[in-house]
Ligand binder design. Structure first.
Ligand code: 2NF
Length: 249
């Protein structure tokens, strides 16, 4: 019976929930200090709302509504001109906002900070998390709780952006702009043209062996076209190495 129980928990192709998920969520919530104005947050409530979003539910039937109680507790707003999106450049974008402390990636907001690099899922008919396996977003189901979470918080983060917003893109891959990425699929389409004046793209060329894409390449032209169709100004800078980007910008 024990054996059967554990094999049922190995049914998915993705990594299981992060060990000590509840404790990590609580600890990160208490430790978060990037936006000190959020000091009145109720971390116990946040942890509980996060857990209630997915616990005892079919891990392949996540919806945005599951996260609404959590979203009500946590503000994803950053000051105008301070938003930084990224795609295939996570580490560099985080180094950048560490140097420029007034700039924010999603992971510099409370909810992004809490959830970054964590994995979570439960099971219908159980009030435990599944630490053995969780649905893989490609091999099992796209409407898993982790993917739905990142799509939703990325959407809210983009909707809240204003002024001049930045995106850090990887010029060492053939499609620096990828329509299927979260940036291309969610964030670009949820910028509010009445609030966002300009999207400023940085195409960084030394994140792999060879420069493969640039501001004049076809993927960035796709992005330029989508942004201009949405009545937002587009600017692009390339010939930046990551070192020069971190120093000069
Ligand atoms: O984990 C995060 N912190 C995260 C995940 C997804 C999206 C952050 N985001 C937000 C950030 F704010 C960025 O502005 O979206 C932007 C980055 O997403 P991207 O998809 O454009 O960039 P990638 O480098 O391609 O992916 C980022 C990470 O998310 C995973 C992917 O494997 C990588 O680890 N990822 C992408 N799409 C999905 C998905 N549908 C996904 N994981 C699960 N389901």
């Amino acid at each position: 019976r024990m054996w059967r129980h554990s094999s049922e928990h190995m049914k998915w192709n993705g990594t299981g929930s992060t060990a000590h998920f509840q404790e990590i969520v609580l600890e990160r919530c208490y430790n978060y200090a990037v936006q000190p104005e959020l000091r009145d947050r109720d971390c116990q409530k946040i942890r509980e709302a996060f857990r209630n979003a997915f616990i005892s539910k079919d891990p392949c039937s996540a919806t945005e509504e599951d996260y609404h109680p959590l979203m009500k507790l946590v503000d994803l707003t950053v000051p105008c001109d301070k938003t930084v999106f990224w795609s295939k450049t996570k580490e560099l974008a985080h180094q950048y906002t560490k140097v420029r402390q007034e700039m924010f990636t999603l992971e510099d907001t409370l909810l992004g900070y809490i959830a970054d690099d964590l994995n979570w899922c439960g099971d219908a008919g159980s009030n435990e998390m599944n630490y053995q396996s969780c649905p893989h977003w490609k091999k099992d189901c796209s409407n898993n709780f982790v993917s739905v979470f990142w799509d939703l918080v990325s959407k809210r983060f983009a909707e809240n952006a204003c002024g001049v917003v930045q995106v850090v893109l990887n010029g060492s891959i053939s499609n620096a702009f990828d329509r299927k990425s979260t940036f291309g699929r969610v964030e670009v389409h949820n910028l509010n043209p009445t609030k966002v004046h300009t999207l400023q793209a940085w195409v960084i060329h030394d994140l792999g062996k060879f420069p493969s894409d640039s501001c004049s390449g076809s993927s960035i032209n796709d992005l330029r076209w989508i942004i201009m169709q949405r009545n937002i100004k587009f600017t692009c800078q390339d010939n930046y190495s990551s070192g020069k980007f971190l120093q000069c910008v």
